[in-house]
Design a protein around this ligand. Structure first.
Ligand code: HEM
Length: 413
């Protein structure tokens, strides 16, 4: 049924050069109505009915703000095939739920993520970022920016929030890399048929870690997030152990696998656009909010989320039938020329900048957006202040349709 000559469901598509991806999505956006794609054949679930690719900003806005029609809960939002029951135990957290279950969980956990709370550990973020840059300077030469700089700050912050000791950092990072590693052989291994089993094992091990921490915190609360989630809050609400396990997996995965890609793409964008670097350096604090939004717009570390229509519904001239799947391609909507002038240009002064990198307006808007913005700001403040000439080499991109990731990237200064 698809009338374009490329296929978003082919793994090879996501390994093509970025310029080809850009052309393909430009063509999809130029169409009157969304293109339909068959689903990929996978070993662990029956082939699904296919999906419409939403690539226009207007479609993503409307689908996001109409959750009663476009459900996250019916089969999941983080995957195109419906989530199989054995995965739901570990990955069936609030991002893959609809209200009222979603709203209850979000209410319990959201207190930890308000701007006020984030400001409270601003100093910790600064100390952590300073240490990363100390190590970079101590090395005195180039390095792999992703593993030695960009990934370290989000890892430390999310682990600190959860009260995970430093001895477990590499265990956590290895597991989240596998969970969001897509079909990249570096993380998924050579045999994709074994991937579902490895994913489940990784999830089970992360759940074990949080349950060990939780049973300790139940008797010895320390003020970290796990302590507050296992002990009832003011309204007497608390998470069950299963909810805690899947929420923990969602948070460590979302905390690690998104912001580090924004930081890596950010350095790449600044390297390719020295005028924008100079502009930011002229007035770092004044221009930081705009620069961070522009980095997230172009990096769009989360490429898509999926929804399923709960009933027949017309949206922007297309009739969706009950049960139709739609995939919201944020990366593509962030390049919609009807909303963003000269959309491929990196412009840290772009205003307004209504990008959907953190999701569209609606109940699932990124819970970690304030935290991510803080981390990106503080990391670039340290880098541009102390290593202003740092430059990124060519990125080694993750092979994934879900995460726009950079696995490795040389840097020099
Ligand atoms: C640049 C970094 C980040 C990007 C681009 C990003 C992107 C997104 C997107 C697109 C969604 C929307 C999901 C939907 O509508 O279905 C989302 C939701 C979410 N994000 Fe983020 N995220 C980032 C950082 C973080 C961080 C640091 C955390 C936590 C530590 C986090 C936690 C979450 C959670 C828990 C949700 C689910 C919210 C809900 O379902 O109510 N994110 N994120």
């Amino acid at each position: 049924m698809s009338v374009v000559d490329f296929d978003l469901s082919e793994r090879e598509f996501w390994a093509k050069p970025m310029s080809e991806r850009e052309r393909a999505f430009d063509r999809l956006r130029a169409r009157e109505t969304p293109a339909f794609f068959e689903e990929m054949e996978i070993s662990y679930a029956p082939k699904g009915p296919g999906y419409y690719a939403l690539v226009k900003h207007a479609d993503i806005l409307e689908a996001s703000r109409t959750p009663e029609v476009f459900s996250s809960g019916d089969g999941g939002a983080t995957n195109i095939p419906d989530m199989q029951p054995e995965f739901a135990e570990y990955f069936g957290s609030m991002i893959n739920m609809d209200d009222p279950r979603h709203a209850r969980l979000r209410r319990i956990v959201s207190r930890a993520f308000t701007p006020k709370m984030i400001r409270q550990f601003e100093a910790d973020v600064e100390v952590a970022a300073a240490r990363v840059v100390d190590d970079l300077l101590a090395k005195g030469a180039g390095c792999d920016f992703v593993t030695e700089v960009a990934s370290r700050l989000p890892l430390k912050i999310i682990c600190d929030m959860m009260g995970i000791p430093e001895s477990e950092y590499q265990f956590v990072l290895g597991h989240t890399n596998l969970i969001l590693g897509g079909f990249d052989p570096e993380y998924a291994g050579p045999d994709l048929d074994e991937l579902p089993e490895r994913l489940l094992r990784a999830a089970m091990e992360l759940q074990q870690l949080v349950q060990d921490l939780a049973s300790h915190r139940a008797d010895n609360p320390t003020g970290d997030l796990i302590s507050s989630l296992v002990n009832a809050n003011l309204d007497g609400e608390r998470l069950t152990l299963q909810e805690l396990g899947s929420f923990f997996i969602l948070l460590v995965v979302a905390g690690n696998e998104t912001t580090r890609n924004a930081i890596s793409y950010g350095l790449r964008l600044l390297t390719k656009n020295p005028d924008q670097r100079a502009l930011w350096l002229e007035d770092f604090e004044g221009r930081a909010p705009g620069a961070v939004e522009e980095i997230v717009r172009l990096a769009a570390p989360v490429n898509f989320m999926r929804r399923k229509a709960t009933r027949d519904h017309e949206m922007n001239g297309h009739l969706y039938r009950k049960g139709d799947k739609v995939v919201l391609f944020y990366w593509a909507a962030n390049r919609d020329a009807s909303v963003f002038d000269d959309p491929y240009r990196f412009d840290i002064t772009r205003s307004p900048n209504p990008h959907v990198g953190f999701g569209g307006p609606g109940p699932h808007f990124c819970l970690g957006a304030h935290l991510a913005r803080r981390e990106i700001t503080v990391m670039f403040r340290e880098l541009l202040r102390r290593v202003p000439a740092i430059e990124a080499g060519r990125p080694d991109r993750l092979q994934s349709s879900f995460i726009n990731g950079i696995k490795h990237m040389e840097c020099s200064f």
